[in-house]
Design a binder for this molecule. Structure first.
Ligand SMILES: Cc1ncc(COP(=O)(O)O)c(C=O)c1O
Length: 371
């Protein structure tokens, strides 16, 4: 188990993570050196298709009206987002990306005595806010093969602390592995008092296994569960910043004060347009991604390269040596790949791009691998 105590004097670190998130994220994703103009970006799990055409048209249309706050539109906006997941508007909280909701959940459901309890490695956003921003204790259970979170240990840690926030990313970033539905069912049924489960479903649309099931059912049942979703991934709107949290109205009310006002009307209109066509857009994009991902997996298998079976729009490849070598050598060859994810230092995280992107990846990767 890795335990990270928050800083006693959290002042400067808090400033860095709370006041300058743009800079913090930019630093984390930075790719250094002189880069070719036609770079292929496979480092941030973005969607190369970007926003759907209907969203772009909706944004262009609203731009001249950008001088108004448009507060009166947000009731209908919340209703549309809630309807898209069979929820009521009071079960939904919209944020500037799902990041804002993850942060609000950490604010609302951890305390000096209730830690953030999670696995390692996983998505760093909630961990950074808890440890650096709020000085909370973060308990991390190391993820071992087959990369399935040990829910019994997570619950045991919450019992030991007398409560806390258990964060599970499903599918997990960076491993692209899933928490089987029976494990999540057990965890929700056994949540100790004073404990909330935060299930991050940023990548759920890309899953292709019956083991993967959304935790939204628990939200509808009024359990102590918060689910986050994002428009950054399947909808291709990472730069537009929209996501949402789903939870029982009492939990939403606890998180809402930690939000930062409203999202941009430009983004809200883009989301509304995308939701209008979600029924066709989501399955089409999902099928395309799965096909490209399968081709990459077959290529890796042909070369005897081990990888973790991917259920997201990225894959973790075991390169058999320090992945830093690839992370540094590939950008000058025109392909940016994911950052290191200790303690999995021999694994390289690669986002799934277009078929063309992946052909460039294969070429650059193989030349470094063979060198
Ligand atoms: C697992 C996970 N959750 C949340 C986020 C934050 O995404 P956003 O704030 O764009 O919704 C990311 C970003 O890559 C992520 O990987």
């Amino acid at each position: 188990m890795l335990t990270r105590r928050g800083f006693a004097g959290a002042g400067l670190a808090a400033l860095a993570s709370r006041m300058m998130p743009e800079m913090a994220y930019a630093q984390r994703a930075a790719v250094h050196g002189t880069l070719p103009k036609d770079m292929v970006w496979l480092n941030a799990n973005e969607n190369p298709d970007g926003p759907p055409r209907s969203s772009i048209d909706a944004m262009m249309k609203v731009l001249p009206e950008g001088g108004r706050y448009h507060y009166q539109e947000f009731g209908a906006f919340y209703a549309a987002v809630a309807r898209s997941e069979d929820l009521t508007p009071d079960q939904v909280l919209v944020g500037s990306g799902s990041s804002e909701i993850l942060h609000a959940a950490v604010d609302a459901f951890t305390s000096p005595t209730r830690p953030l309890i999670t696995i390692a490695p996983t998505y760093e956003g909630p961990v950074d806010v808890a440890a650096k921003g709020l000085g909370r204790t973060v308990v991390r259970i190391r993820l071992e093969p087959p990369y399935v979170p040990d829910v019994k240990r997570l619950v045991a840690e919450a019992e030991k602390a007398g409560g806390g926030l258990i964060y599970i990313c499903n599918p997990n970033n960076p491993t692209a592995s899933v928490s089987p539905k029976k494990d999540l069912a057990w965890m929700v049924a056994n949540l100790p008092p004073n404990t909330t489960a935060l299930i991050d479903e940023a990548y759920i649309h890309f899953g292709d296994t019956p083991e993967l099931e959304s935790a939204l059912g628990y939200v509808r049942q009024g359990k102590n569960v918060v689910v986050t979703r994002t428009f950054s991934k399947i909808y291709g709107m990472a730069g537009l910043r929209a996501g949402f949290g789903c939870a029982a109205p009492e939990l939403i009310a606890k998180m809402a004060p930690f939000r930062n006002n409203v999202i941009s009307i430009v983004t809200a209109r883009a989301v509304l347009a995308a939701l209008e066509e979600a029924r066709t857009l989501v399955p089409e994009r999902r099928a395309k991604l799965i096909r490209t991902r399968r081709e990459l997996c077959a290529w890796l298998r042909d070369r005897g390269l081990p990888y973790i079976e991917p259920q997201a729009n990225f894959i973790m490849i075991d390169v058999g040596r320090d992945a830093r070598e690839f992370i540094d050598a590939m950008p000058p060859k025109g392909v940016a790949v994911g950052r290191p994810f200790p303690p999995m230092t021999n694994f390289l995280r690669v986002s799934i791009g277009t078929d063309y992107d992946m052909s460039r990846f294969r070429e650059a990767f193989w030349s470094v691998y063979k060198a």
